[in-house]
Design a protein around this ligand. Structure first.
Ligand SMILES: [Zn+2]
Length: 459
């Protein structure tokens, strides 16, 4: 989806710059050979020694992250150090923000824990347990908690350490429990987790009474539905179907309780990409569900026939966009739809914010740059602010984004494949589905290059 490049300090290498990754530790070429011949006691010593060295290296990384953040303090770039770390380590912006914040907590509020890490007496995982436990506590309370648990921390497993930390927090700050609940409640959310076999999980983290209200309502409707004559679905199946039906009704109505769904955008969440040949039924290559990933050919065909979903057809050979099915004739909406479909997410190479939740940013500000696909990109709020603060963005060709960070490193983001290209593509015997598709009134045309175009009765 993207490649990273760093600018070498000394441009002496003749290799392409993509190979000039930031310095990696000089790893042994033959780690198995190095420990061959050691007896069991020696092996155990190596294991313990490595753990100490890893802890010491992580303390060094903590110090470097804190220093990088400090170097930016008081400038326009304050608050964006983690974005550099995210790009350099190819981790998500959220993960990088967490690691930089943890580093700052260790350096500023838990100096004794950081010393224990640097000396190899405590590993990073246990140091993080302490960081988590003192999040949201006042500095003096945090220091008191650290003083209580640190002396025995190395002799405790992470589970034992967490229990000791909970006790220490309650002992040191008994009045803070209500405040801590308020802090956790502020992080209530709904998460979507893709799973195998065309399934996905929806996770709700919310105060217990709200979560119970959701479950009670769905359970009640499912029990009522089960009394219908001829209903064969189980109660768990009915609960899942009821929740999906409620969401579909809201999508069909275009909103809920006076709140309108974002007009051109709500469908960007509901896109299925399917090869023209798969749709015809002459191939069983997988389809692609936006926000989920690959799905089986029968599932792709079923979803493509559902009017709730936007169907994106791809050329069976190249995987590139054949038809962006839109009913809109508003040029603004068509350009916007094209850009959201092309880029899928925020164009920060390590950001996964869905394009539909992003701002559409002019790469070169309007009116110097046009409102056209080659000058537009979805940027999440945070990345948008990073660009304004000094992360430079260019779009050398439509959909290709070149970032230059404040330290001068460059990263290129290319459009994600809507469907994987299939160089070894073979047409298969025509399946019965092909006739069904013909019966629905979809037209099939074949272009000069051998690509296939399918249109439904409307367009
Ligand atoms: Zn972003």
């Amino acid at each position: 989806m993207f490649e990273t490049q760093s600018i070498p300090r000394k441009p002496t290498s003749g290799r392409p710059s993509t190979a000039d990754q930031p310095s990696t530790p000089a790893a042994s070429a033959d780690p198995l050979g190095e420990v061959a011949g050691l007896d069991e006691e020696q092996l155990l010593s190596v294991i313990v020694d490595c753990e100490r060295q890893v802890a010491a290296l992580q303390a060094r990384q903590v110090a470097a992250m804190t220093a990088l953040a400090d170097a930016r303090a008081g400038t326009l770039l304050e608050g964006f150090a983690a974005d550099e770390v995210a790009l350099a380590l190819t981790i998500s912006p959220n993960a990088a923000r967490q690691r930089v914040a943890d580093a700052q907590t260790l350096a500023r509020r838990l100096p004794d824990t950081l010393s224990a890490l640097a000396g190899g007496a405590l590993d990073y995982y246990r140091a993080r347990c302490i960081v988590e436990a003192v999040t949201g506590l006042d500095d003096d309370v945090a220091a008191a908690v650290q003083a209580r648990v640190l002396p025995g921390a190395a002799e405790r497993t992470a589970t034992q350490l967490r229990a000791a930390l909970r006790r220490a927090v309650l002992t040191t700050d008994p009045a803070g429990a209500e405040e801590r609940h308020a802090r956790v409640a502020a992080e209530r959310r709904v998460d979507f987790h893709p799973d195998a076999d065309g399934m996905a999980y929806l996770g709700v983290a919310a105060p217990a009474d709200d979560t119970l209200a959701v479950y009670t309502a769905i359970d009640g409707l499912a029990r009522a539905a089960r009394r219908a004559p001829g209903e064969t679905r189980t109660l768990p199946q009915l609960r899942a179907d009821t929740l999906a039906d409620i969401a579909r009704d809201i999508l069909a109505a275009g909103g809920w309780r006076g709140l309108a769904l974002p007009r051109q955008r709500h469908r960007a969440h509901l896109q299925v990409t399917v090869g023209a040949d798969t749709l015809l039924g002459v191939s069983d290559e997988p389809g692609w569900l936006a926000g989920y990933g690959p799905i089986s050919a029968p599932m792709a065909r079923r979803i493509a026939a559902d009017a709730t979903w936007q169907r994106i057809l791809t050329d069976p050979v190249t995987g590139s966009l054949l038809d962006y099915g839109t009913a809109s004739h508003d040029p603004g909406a068509v350009v916007e739809g094209h850009v959201l479909t092309r880029d899928q997410t925020c164009v920060n190479p390590v950001c996964a914010t869905p394009a539909a939740s992003c701002d559409l940013d002019h790469t070169i500000p309007y009116p110097a740059g046009p409102t056209a696909a080659g000058n537009l990109a979805p940027l999440c709020r945070h990345t948008h602010r990073a660009k304004q603060a000094g992360f430079r963005l260019a779009q050398p060709e439509p959909g290709v984004f070149r970032w230059t960070t404040p330290t001068g490193r460059t990263y290129t983001r290319r459009p994600p494949a809507l469907a994987p290209p299939r160089p070894d593509h073979r047409y298969r015997a025509r399946s019965p589905d092909a006739d069904q598709i013909g019966a629905r009134g979809w037209r099939v045309t074949r272009a000069k290059g051998g690509s296939t175009h399918i249109a439904d009765a409307n367009g």
